[in-house]
Design a protein around this ligand. Sequence first.
Ligand SMILES: Nc1ncnc2c1ncn2[C@@H]1O[C@H](COP(=O)(O)OP(=O)(O)O)[C@@H](O)[C@H]1O
Ligand SMILES: [Mg+2]
Length: 499
Amino acid sequence: MELGTIIVTDGTPSTTDFSFVLKNPVKKGQYVQVKNNDDILFGYISEITKANRYFERAESVAEFEKYSGMESFPSSSWEYVLATVKVLGVFKDNQFQRAFVPPSPGIQVFNADNNVLHTFLGFDKNGLHLGSIEHHDVPAKLSMTRLFQKHMAILAMSGAGKSHLASVLLEEILERKKEDGRIAVILIDIHGEYIGFAHDPVFGSKTEVIDGKDIAIPLKKISPELIMGWLPNLSSPQKDVLRHALLTLKKEKKDATGYNFKELIEKIDASDISRDEVKRALKRSLSELRRYRFVSKKTEKPHLLSDIKPGKLMILDFSTIDSLRKKQILVSLIARRLFNLRKKNKIPPFLLLIEEAHNFAREKAEASEAVSRSIIETIAREGRKFGASLCLISQRPVNLSTTALSQCNTHIILRVTNPNDLDHIQMSSEGIDSRVARSITGLKVGEAIVVGSAVNYPVFISVRDRKSEKREKGAPLHTQAIDFEEKQEKKEKAVEAFI
Ligand SMILES: Nc1ncnc2c1ncn2[C@@H]1O[C@H](COP(=O)(O)OP(=O)(O)O)[C@@H](O)[C@H]1O
Ligand SMILES: [Mg+2]
């Protein structure tokens, strides 16, 4: 569609900007193209202004108003609309380049061609269909490799649609065909808001939900170093006793099916390499782990080696766990094992999706609260070589480890209004200029901007509706309230009957 004609203004048309007078309506942010010799020049509308020479000079407007008002002048027929365009590049021989020659005044501006736009933005026909782009009928299909290989982050305030977007991502991954490359997904579900996948007719067979309370690992498979990582405040003598006790157990029980915490404590008691105070302090620290009840004799759940499969989703439902420490320890355990298994190529390439990531890779944290941060940072730095990807979801990007966040090469940002968060996002996301930053506060629920390696240019998208059923744990508030009162009444009646 023809949109208008390029005009001469102060300093334009240039290789970076031009303006045109509108013939047909346009929208801010819309992509346009013009023929420039044999190439196609590409840009987006950065601003729209109206002009009318009747109103350009304050003193004449004041003068006219004094006598007869403006009604007697044909002023409306002098109004015209001007669009300013930022040039993005030139499409030539199926490739994009910088523009070296400005477009000529007088030539026609057209709406961008959908196919060219698809290529220009760096979409992939077999990519993950997350939604549509603004103003154009082009589906936003992001290349899976470009999106995940160098990790991604979903950042926004609560209620902006992060979990919704994550669900859309999951649907796309689970629906991929083998020939397009399928990865496994492990999801740390803090609020139990993804369990709908397990009940869905399409995705149910591809989903396994594991209750956080049931997660277990045999003591036999836990190294002394892992425990020391979970208990960073152990003293050196305590560490020695622990290492010694674990290694002795391992040697002695080589042929046994396993051994439990009680046996470890007995070994510590029996150990003669340290004083009793040291042993007592160590046992006190270990009692914390014991209380969390995930160290077993032989039960292993999930069994990552056999349960992680391409095109399958494993949801770890943490909504049943109260202690943040326990959640962090479990994340460190699972992430570490996933990464090790992946390095040995024993499990398929995977995506580890972590909700509330700021709680697991916190920027400033006490050692005891940072147990999962180091493995997340390690995967963020080294995962790419091994096909181990992260998707960090957070409504508190300020608290998220900068090391981890800076390794997330694609950011999908939904609505954010807090100025601190906004500043932080702008600093940590390359490709967010002030234009983009300003638009973030104006985004509506479900609208997002994608920046980074998954796309060639920052692009605004509306996230599509989800296909899977949304099902949340816990009844709605009003049902809970009714339930409570009914139970209470029953109790009272029972008491009355008794009297
Ligand atoms: N793209 C969208 N289309 C339709 N509804 C959406 C979209 N994104 C979010 N919502 C709805 O908005 C609400 C908040 O979304 P949610 O994903 O839970 O936000 P967050 O995880 O950021 O707190 C939910 O009820 C969700 O269904
Ligand atoms: Mg959420």
